[in-house]
Every structure is written in C-alpha cells, then in structure tokens.
Design a protein around this ligand. Structure first.
Ligand code: SF4
Length: 333
C-alpha cells in the first residue's frame, strides 16, 4: 500500500458484525447495532497491554479482541455491505479499532474515506494516542468520534498493565494529553475513552476517574475485565457483579450530570451513597438504561465481556423488567 492512497486489502470483522452483514452464517442472541471492524496485520500490536490478546506479549489467538473472534474479510466487500446495512437501518455506526503499528493513521484515513464513499454512517475510530496533526487528518476525513483508551482507572494500574510495567509504549500523562488534544479537534462530547472495571482499582478511584474524564469533555465507556487465555492477566478474575452495577449507576449519574464524584460517599473506598435520594435512585434504576452498554451513540458491543451463560455485565439491549428487578436487589441490600 502507498501512504494512505489505498485502504488495506483485508480487515477483521467481529463475528457478530460478520453475521449481521451477511458475510458469514450464524445465530446470535443480540445483534450488534454498530459494525465493529479491526485493522488486520500479519503480526501483533506493537503495544503490550496485559489484558489484550492482540498484544505482542500475548500468546493468545490473533483473531480475538476481548471475548470476541474477528475473522478476516476483503475490506471493500465489508465496507460495501456496511453501507447497505446502514441504509437498511441494521447498523447505526461503524467503529474501526486499530492495532498500534507505524502506518496505522494512513490505513485509518483510507478506511474512513472508503466508509464515507458507501454511506453516511457515522464513524468512530478507536486507536492509540495520536498527535494533533494525525487527529486533524482523521477529523478532516469525516471521522465523527475518536476513542483513546485509558483502560486503567489509576496511573499505577496504567503503568502496570499498559505502560512501563509491561514494557509498553504508553504513559498515563501521554494518554490524557492526547485526550485533551482530541477534545480540541473533535469537540467536547465527541471523544470516548474505554475504562475497564476489575484491574485492581477501588470503586472510589474508578468513580474519580469517571468524573475527571467527563469534566474534560471525554465520554467514558465501561468495560468489565475479561480474562482471555494467553494474555498476561489470564488468571485474574472478572469483577464482582454487585460492584460493576454500582459503577454503572455512578457512570450514568455522572455522565447525565445528575450527580458528581464529590456528592457521592465512599466508605473504605467503596461507594455507599450516590448523592441522590432513595426515590431518585429507584427511579433511575428502573430506567434500565444505566446497565446497558455505554460508549459512542449506538454502540452495544454484544458479548465483549460476557460468557453466553452470563452474567451480562453490559446489556446490549434494554434489560427486561425481570432483569431490572434482579439488578435492584444489588442496591437494596
Ligand atoms: S465505545 Fe464502541 S463505538 Fe465507540 S470506540 Fe468504543 S467500541 Fe467503538
């Protein structure tokens, strides 16, 4: 490929997306509402994130990201079909996730241009921290949102799982600098970050970082840590569901401007009061929405964090009344 002129010939597609686009046959319980694409490389990512099967430190399968498999298809075929699916209302967004490699911005620019050729689907790009000129290039190509993943909720954990502790190229301050730059280029509310619950942070630390992101105009998307075979963290457990539910609710209240970290009460680093009345709390729980997948508009990421048998950390659809009744019990004990 010559410097961004042509998109890469092949691309990975999440298995759920491949089914929705008719690229492969299969049955899925929850259809993705966003088309999830992942840059294809022969080798591994240049970063070393301890939780990620794409990391160069992982001996896991190269066709996995989080719990999802990503088969390879022809780029033009995929993007043509994604355009059709957008017109038919089957998807509402295209998300291109990128490994870290030298020509990645050329590839992303060419891919975004191709998406735009086939439809008006809004595009999210999830990538490593980029400098202003590269962010501007993506913005000028018509990319709507960019996501730069912090993943970790504290500097110490960041260093341990993504930075110096695993020989990775990333720094906590570098990520925040890139997020600030991204907000300048894409505008407040048009930048996302991914935050993983269950990497060893306390509830208080997590909520504090949620608030910090929101205050700088960055929308945090919640993920539950998922142990993947072959990764450095393969033996670590996923987070307790009760704690995840609390953090989802805190996330909802903070992102909706209904409460703040400073209004909430923590005891022994655990969240014990959300800073709203019990009536308000009950009403918000019964909206169901706080427990749905969070992220860019229209992103539902089915089965990224979940085993098919459950539990469902992020609901890819509105939870049923029965499911909400079960969720409510976590808050009433
Ligand atoms: S929140 Fe969803 S659509 Fe946005 S970058 Fe992350 S995975 Fe992609």
């Amino acid at each position: 490929m010559i410097g961004g002129m042509e998109p890469p010939e092949k691309i990975r597609v999440s298995i759920g997306t491949a089914i929705v686009l008719g690229l492969t046959c299969g049955r899925i319980d929850a259809e993705p509402t966003t088309a999830y694409l992942l840059t294809y490389r022969e080798g591994k990512c240049q970063a070393s994130c301890a939780f990620c099967p794409q990391s160069r430190r992982s001996s896991g399968r190269a066709d996995m990201l989080s719990r999802v498999t990503w088969p390879v298809f022809s780029t033009r075929e995929v993007i043509h079909r994604a355009g059709e699916a957008f017109r038919l209302g089957k998807i509402v967004r295209v998300c291109i996730q990128a490994l870290n490699y030298p020509s990645v911005v050329d590839d992303l620019t060419a891919l975004a241009r191709l998406v735009k050729k086939y439809s008006d689907a809004p595009i999210s790009i999830s990538c490593q921290p980029l400098d202003r000129s590269d962010l501007k290039r993506l913005f000028d190509t018509g990319v709507q949102r960019v996501s730069i993943s912090l993943d970790a909720a504290t500097k110490e954990i960041f260093d341990r799982v993504k930075g110096v502790g695993v020989g990775g190229p990333y720094t906590w301050n570098g990520h925040f600098k890139a997020l600030r730059e991204a907000v300048r280029v894409f505008g407040e509310g048009n930048v996302t970050t991914h935050l993983i619950v269950g990497l060893g942070e306390t509830e208080e630390e997590f909520v504090k970082t949620l608030q910090r992101c929101v205050d700088m105009g960055v929308y945090p998307a919640l993920f539950a840590f998922t142990p993947i075979p072959g990764t450095l963290l393969s033996d670590n457990p996923p987070p307790p569901l009760a704690s995840y539910r609390k953090l989802q609710l805190a996330h909802y209240l903070i992102t909706k401007g209904m409460s703040r970290y400073e209004d909430m009460t923590f005891r022994n680093n655990r969240l014990v009061d959300f800073g709203i009345s019990n009536e308000q709390l009950k009403a918000v729980i019964w909206r169901g929405e706080p427990f749905m997948t969070s992220g860019c508009p229209g992103c539902n990421r089915p089965y990224y964090n979940e085993r098919p048998g459950g539990p469902l950390y992020n609901f890819p659809r509105m939870p049923t009344l029965d499911e909400i009744a079960k969720i409510e019990k976590f808050f009433m004990s």
